[in-house]
Design a protein around this ligand. Structure first.
Ligand code: SF4
Length: 332
């Protein structure tokens, strides 16, 4: 196929996305199976969609691991799970001063959103009280949006977080429905969807994403994007597995950089208006191609992830400046 025909093919996906039409499965598979020589044309098409909704703005988010290790769940990718032998820090919920110090650090890194993440199936009411106490003070004293990621919520917990001023709640689908039991057996895909629905019903902004590289097929990747489109989440973190020694998926390998770019373009076509974040595993999977990811995605984590190191925050700021893009503060 010559370049002009290839370009028209990707442009037609951009046009569909801009007109509110969803691309079909065969088109999604074509994106994932595109020749590497076509990746720049593919990104150019995805960039048209990204630019339409977000211009050249990049949203930054910072994570704090508010409660680490000690998790009874068996998620195969996670170094904090009960089945992992990876050496991770183990501590109960951080105190208020430490959560506030993290918020100040988020501001220093020019992050608009501070993500408070706790390991575990879901929070106890006592843990929720502690998070709410910190959130209230952050909301009163700092120009930050707050995202909480505390696991499966029960009773009136979603309502209480919304009342306290939590803007967003993250609960990832992680993988496809078909692949779910190969990754986790201690809770279900449907429980994850229910939590996202609960978050929406309480008026918090729903954030839910995926981890690529856990044995899923290309068709399942397209299905994950369809599932998130259907759930109508506002924000989609796309993680690329960073296989940690000691976890069940330690030998899963990395996603090739070019494939990671195709995945990001795919999600932009299927979820055109959503905040698409290049999340965990960015550095080890995209490697030197990280800057290209921002032609499809419009959001990044800055700093470390939950148990793995990110790159220096100044390197991320430099990427954004070198692309001629701009950090968006306090957007949600
Ligand atoms: Fe526990 Fe969350 Fe890790 Fe699963 S992903 S093992 S629920 S900390």
């Amino acid at each position: 196929m010559n370049t002009i025909i290839v370009d028209l093919k990707w442009q037609s996906l951009a046009q569909k996305a801009l007109q509110g039409e969803c691309i079909i499965l065969e088109e999604g598979l074509a994106v994932l199976e595109a020749d590497n020589d076509e990746v720049l044309l593919l990104l150019q098409a995805a960039f048209q969609v990204r630019k339409h909704f977000y211009g050249k703005k990049v949203k930054l988010n910072m994570i704090i691991n508010a409660k680490s290790g000690l998790c009874p769940e068996d998620c195969g990718y996670c170094s904090q799970s009960i089945v992992s032998t990876a050496p991770v820090a183990k501590y109960t919920l951080l105190d208020k001063d430490t959560l506030l110090a993290g918020a100040r650090e988020a501001l220093a890194r020019k992050a608009g959103t501070y993500c408070i993440v706790a390991a575990g199936k879901g929070p106890t009411d006592k843990e929720l009280d502690q998070v709410i106490d910190a959130v209230k003070e952050i909301r009163e004293t700092m120009p930050l949006k707050i995202c909480a990621c505390l696991g499966i919520l029960k009773g009136n917990q979603a309502e209480r977080l919304a009342e306290a001023g939590v803007h967003r709640y993250n609960h990832n689908l992680n993988t496809s429905k078909a692949n779910y039991t190969a990754i986790t057996t201690t809770h279900t895909y449907d429980q994850r969807v229910e939590t996202v629905d609960q978050v929406k019903s309480q008026g918090m902004s729903p954030c839910s994403g995926v981890i690529i590289g856990m044995g899923e097929t290309h068709q399942e990747i397209v299905e994950m994007a369809y599932a998130l489109r259907e759930l109508n989440v506002d924000s989609i973190p796309i993680n690329f597995l960073n296989a940690v020694p000691g976890t069940p998926l330690e030998h899963a390998g990395r996603t090739p950089s070019m494939k990671a770019l195709k995945v990001l373009a795919l999600f932009r076509f299927i979820c055109p208006s959503k905040e698409i974040r290049v999340a965990g595993g960015r550095e080890v999977n995209l490697r030197t191609l990280q800057p290209l990811s921002l032609y499809a995605a419009n959001s990044l984590f800055v700093g470390d992830y939950l148990t793995t190191a990110g790159q220096d925050v100044t390197a991320d700021h430099q990427i954004i400046e070198d692309l001629g893009f701009e950090i968006e503060l306090n957007a949600l």
